[in-house]
Design a protein around this ligand. Structure first.
Ligand SMILES: Nc1ncnc2c1ncn2[C@@H]1O[C@H](COP(=O)(O)OP(=O)(O)OP(=O)(O)O)[C@@H](O)[C@H]1O
Length: 762
């Protein structure tokens, strides 16, 4: 807004003021005339109108500045070194990394001239260190989270390209530490330095395995969790365990516990392949001084499972099922990226649990970094190109990060008020002498009691009762103090380790690092801008002196455009080939599933009686969400006394148990029958068995066939020199059975030729 130097008012206001001045002059001149009242009315109406217009402009400008706060998803690409397997298979390196320009070039394995070029916010080759990636890209994001923004870092790429290596690290050394442990260090270095602020840091860790959400901070067999959506909170996982941390070490411990519980497995492409998407969530609540205003920074650190082709990973059985689910959710992620990049009206977030959880990180309230991991080998050319294309598209996704200030639902506020309440309670109980660490001594109490009853002659019983009451009070205070200490422990006072951490050199170093990172980023951006401008300015710069020159220039331009057209055509062709490959993979997976289904149906139809089948069918129902058959929800008994009992277990009878057996809590007891399946007793017993009578013609026909087969040497009767009896059958009985069978097949030539000592083997 311009400032009028004369009146020193912003322009619209200065107009407003001049108008008032003119109106008053006019009023003075016309004071005697009869039109004065009407002029005053007109001028005041006009003033009001201008004022309203001015307010409106202000509001529009403010909302415009807010909507301008769009921020693109930052995309960086990291290429891992070629591995032994690839070297042994004589694969060549087809990836060239130009870090200064932020460019990745991928050569076609069969023709080097057919290379593809992609530009990103940052690119890192096989020599890049974990430290440089962190300092240059992640550190600024974590600083924003510590100011109250939401942040997200996710690693995406083909299996075995180094996502876990980048996010978690590749060993125990300091240099090999990945993004996640470095984030812990940065957060706690900040807390240690920030005086006068209280922090509440908590972590959660979950995995999405075969479209089931599992809590990684609980045991491996914990129940799958549900996704919920609430206005203001967005999409979140309900009942996910949240662990409060007091140090970087606590966070590291939580990460290790989670990693231990995470599902991994070996494939041809990676010995320790992650079979699930893992999301490590950090929440940092910050309250400055005594203010009740709390800022909350949330950070999602995501290690996605890698996309894979069955032909390369050699996945079968469970591994194949996992791969199908992984590919399905990654393809849903790809669709979301594509729709956001194309500004589509519908973004298919609901297609998978992963995309629902990433809803805020992609196109929402978050600062997001995508790390696209690729391999350099010619063998993975197709997969590398697919990853690079997705990453390129993700660059154009716009987010709207907003600082989470003055959060009313912050846990820190509850914690602070609970601590306050406990302190007051302890104060009241200890007669105004507040000291949660002090324990009241009996002598103090005795002295107190003696003082208050020195005049009266209290008996022994009264004294004992008083002592008992005092001891009870002491216990209560101890209990409250313990509770208070536990709560206080959860909250961290910033600046506690200021002496250790505020090392001038360290702070200086950190400042320099972020300056270098910002400069490097600017350089890359400028370089990219320069290249773009150079290209577009070429035509303008050209001075056409002769017609021939113009023709040459136009020909050159045509050639360039032709090249671009060819590369677009190639992209379409590649996409089509990829589509065909993906379809083939899906067909193979579907064939596998069909075969499995046929086998199961065959068993069902031939070995499971029809009434049992229909019983199962009545019990089962198909769940569209989980894409699976589940058993129908069993009946829940509101009155615990009505619940059926399994075997002779005891029914819960205590008030406490009954009070907790509310169906909504989901509490179950061992004695509850989850499925009330009644076993059908067989209609007949074995004693009632009678041999079926065989029609004599059939008997004769069978005998005939056996005889003919035996004559043609098709029946082989295995005999051993020494007899062996089966379980529960005596030797004589066995021989008797053998002789009977032999008599039945008396005509069999082979039997006739057997030595007399020969005995059968069963
Ligand atoms: N930048 C790198 N430098 C050295 N080794 C690396 C690098 N990136 C990956 N590796 C090695 O490559 C192998 C595979 O890496 P990693 O397990 O991280 O892949 P991934 O992408 O997480 O695979 P998946 O999707 O199957 O889980 C590991 O042995 C890892 O140590």
């Amino acid at each position: 807004m311009h400032i009028n130097p004369v009146l020193n008012w912003p322009l619209p206001l200065s107009h407003f003021r001049s108008f008032l001045y003119l109106a008053s002059r006019h009023q003075q001149q016309q004071s005697s005339s009869s039109s004065f009242p009407s002029l005053l009315w007109v001028s005041s109406t006009f003033c009001l109108f201008v004022f309203i217009l001015f307010c409106f402009v202000l509001v529009v400008m403010k909302s415009a500045t807010r909507s301008v706060n769009n921020e693109s998803v930052q995309v960086i690409v990291r290429c891992r070194p070629i591995n032994q397997k690839e070297e042994a298979a004589d694969c060549s390196t087809v990836v060239n990394v130009y870090a200064q320009r932020g460019v990745i070039e991928v050569e076609h394995p069969k023709s080097k001239s057919e290379s593809k070029i992609f530009t990103y916010d940052g690119v890192y080759d096989w020599n890049s260190s974990q430290q440089s990636i962190y300092d240059e890209t992640i550190m600024p994001l974590v600083s924003s989270v510590l100011e109250g923004y939401n942040g997200c870092v996710f690693a995406y790429g083909q299996t075995g390209t180094g996502k876990t290596f980048t996010m978690e690290g590749g060993g125990n050394s300091e240099e090999s530490k990945g993004v996640i442990p470095r984030v812990f260090d940065q957060i706690w270095a900040h807390i240690d330095r920030t005086t006068g602020t209280e922090f509440l840091v908590s972590v959660r860790y979950l995995e999405i395995y075969m479209e089931d959400i599992r809590d990684l901070l609980k045991s491996k067999n914990s129940k799958p969790l549900e996704l919920r959506e609430m206005s203001g909170q967005g999409v979140f996982v309900s009942h996910l365990h949240s662990q409060t941390c007091q140090s970087a070490h606590d966070m590291l411990k939580a990460m290790k516990v989670g990693n231990h519980n995470r599902t991994t497995g070996a494939t041809n492409m990676n010995e320790h392949s992650s079979r699930s998407h893992a999301i490590f969530q950090i929440s940092i609540e910050m309250a400055k001084g005594d203010t009740k205003s709390v800022k909350v920074g949330k950070l999602n650190l995501i290690d996605l499972a890698g996309s894979e082709r069955q032909a390369k990973t050699g996945a079968t059985g469970n591994r194949l099922k996992e791969a199908t689910k992984i590919n399905k959710s990654l393809s849903a992620l790809g669709n979301v990226i594509y729709a956001l990049a194309e500004n589509s009206s519908h973004i298919p977030y609901r297609d998978s649990k992963l995309t629902r959880l990433l809803q805020d990180s992609l196109g929402g309230n978050s600062k997001t970094i995508m790390i696209a991991n690729i391999g350099p080998a010619s063998d993975n050319y197709d997969e590398t190109i697919i990853t690079l294309r997705y990453a390129y598209r993700a660059k154009s996704i716009k987010n709207q990060p907003v600082k989470n200030e003055d959060c009313k639902d912050a846990k820190l506020l509850d914690l602070q008020s609970e601590i306050e309440r406990l302190r007051e309670l302890i104060m009241v109980k200890s007669n105004g002498k507040f000291d949660p660490d002090a324990t009241l001594s009996v002598d103090d109490i005795d002295a107190d009691a003696a003082g208050s009853s020195s005049d009266s002659e209290a008996g022994e019983t009264e004294k004992r009762e008083r002592e008992k009451k005092i001891a009870e009070g002491k216990m209560e205070i101890d209990e409250l103090s313990k509770k208070l200490r536990t709560l206080e422990k959860q909250m961290v006072h910033g600046g506690k380790n200021i002496v250790d951490s505020v090392n001038e050199n360290e702070i200086q170093l950190e400042k320099q690092k972020s300056e270098i990172a910002a400069r490097k980023k600017r350089e890359v951006e400028m370089q990219q801008q320069l290249e773009l401008e150079e290209e577009s300015c070429m035509e303008l710069k050209q001075v056409f002196q002769t017609l021939q020159q113009e023709v040459d220039f136009k020909r050159e331009k045509l050639k360039r455009l032709h090249g671009k057209l060819q590369s677009v055509k190639q992209e379409v062709k590649d996409n089509h080939e990829n589509y065909l490959k993906e379809r083939q993979d899906l067909t193979e997976a579907s064939d596998d599933a069909t075969m499995h289904l046929r086998q199961t149906l065959l068993i069902l139809e031939n070995f499971v009686p029809s009434e049992e089948r229909s019983k199962l069918l009545n019990l089962a129902q198909f769940n569209e969400d989980t894409d699976n058959w589940i058993l129908k929800k069993e009946k829940r008994w509101f009155n615990p006394a009505e619940r059926p009992l399994a075997h002779d277990y005891r029914r819960p009878i205590s008030d406490y148990t009954i009070a907790h057996a509310i169906p909504s809590t989901g509490v179950r007891y061992r004695a509850e029958n989850i499925l009330d399946l009644k076993l059908d007793l067989p209609l007949r017993t074995t004693q009632e068995y009678t041999r079926p009578t065989v029609c004599p013609q059939v008997k004769a026909a069978v005998k005939n066939v056996i005889r003919q087969d035996a004559e043609n040497n098709r029946i082989v009767v295995k005999l051993a020199p020494h007899g062996f009896t089966g379980r529960g059958i005596s030797k004589t009985e066995l021989e008797g059975r053998y002789n009977k069978a032999a008599r039945n097949m008396v005509e069999v030539n082979k039997v006739k030729q057997l030595p007399k000592s020969a005995k059968p083997v069963y």
